[in-house]
Design a protein around this ligand. Structure first.
Ligand code: CUA
Length: 321
């Protein structure tokens, strides 16, 4: 059995801490709906108790209380208030949907294209060379357009603190706008069952101010650092000459695959395997020695690398800052 530490790396996911313009709109609707619903519930509970107590059967009193029918005023209220509430919430929902999900033309130029894969996220930054996976950096305080795609089956993009869910459908791009309030890390997840490892399809959105974001883009536009030391150099050679390179890309090397996550700056990220574990030498070693034991059902096949090769590959991956 392979053990790994996961609990400490979770970030709270809650739509009750809205952190974008879109999430504030959704939260406002959620709140007013709940106030009305709880008000209604409280009224019904109160009336139930009040009537039960007031008209309860009293000792030695077999008489039936006075029966009233056809109270017009009461009926107008009973039908009128729910109808007005329905109209009000229909209108509010409509306004919120229009604000959160405005129509976007299919040929719009997005800032970032995010693609759902079984079971990880790929982020492609338009007009730059930056490609990353699972830890997606976004600028805060600015309106951005994300294009959401799927590479294989239907996935769904959801970052509770940042707004609505949006399905990712093969062959049909969807879009969402985001205006993130402030820098911070926001946890997201796939919210459409997409296969065995659906539960381990998480992501972290790292929102940054303009300066930090520009710095991150500049750092990530560069190719991978050349390996330092014999072990990492050997790892780099193994990576480029084995099947690793047919699925993974490490910019600046001969590894040009696009099936799996881009690993150019792999070790600049905090977690691996779409949020499953932190990046450290032990986790990398375990993963590449038995992928199907660590994340059964993922696209990464089991290889037969010897111990030396595994150590060399681990050393190399840890240098991909
Ligand atoms: Cu992807 Cu669930």
């Amino acid at each position: 059995m392979l053990n790994f530490q996961t609990h400490s790396i979770f970030i709270c996911q809650s739509m009750l801490n809205p952190s974008s313009t879109q999430a504030h709109d959704i939260y406002a609707l959620f709140r007013s709906f709940h106030i009305a619903a709880f008000g209604m519930l409280a009224l019904i509970i109160f009336l139930s108790f009040y009537i039960s107590i007031k008209y309860r059967k009293k000792k030695n009193d077999e008489s039936i209380p006075k029966q009233t029918t056809g109270n017009k005023t009461l009926e107008v209220f009973m039908i009128g208030i729910p109808t007005l509430l329905l109209i009000y919430f229909f209108y509010q929902s409509f306004i919120t949907m229009k604000a959160v999900e405005p129509a976007v033309a299919e040929d719009s130029a997005p800032d970032i294209i995010i693609t759902g894969h079984q079971f990880w996220w790929d982020a492609n930054y338009n007009n730059t060379k930056v490609v990353t996976a699972n830890e997606i950096h976004l600028p805060a305080g600015k309106k951005i357009l994300l294009e959401l795609r799927a590479a294989d089956v239907i996935h769904s993009f959801w970052v509770p603190a940042l707004g609505n869910k949006m399905d990712m459908i093969p062959g049909k791009p969807n879009f969402i706008y985001l205006n993130i309030d402030k820098p911070g890390t926001y946890a997201g997840l796939c919210s459409e069952f997409c296969g065995a490892e659906h539960a381990w399809m998480r992501m972290d959105i790292v929102a940054q101010n303009e300066v930090d974001y520009a710095k991150w883009i500049a750092e990530n536009e560069t190719g991978a650092h050349a390996p330092a030391g014999n072990l990492a150099t050997e790892g780099s050679t193994i990576f480029q000459t084995s099947t690793c390179a047919s699925c993974h890309r490490i910019r600046g090397t001969n590894a040009l695959g696009v099936i799996g996550p881009d690993l150019t700056h792999f070790d600049s990220r905090k977690k691996m395997l779409a949020g499953m574990m932190t990046i450290d030498s032990m986790n990398i070693y375990r993963w590449i020695s038995a992928p199907q034991k660590v994340k059964p059902g993922s696209k990464m096949p089991d290889f037969i690398f010897n111990k030396d090769s595994l150590q060399a590959l681990t050393a190399y991956l840890l240098q991909l800052k």
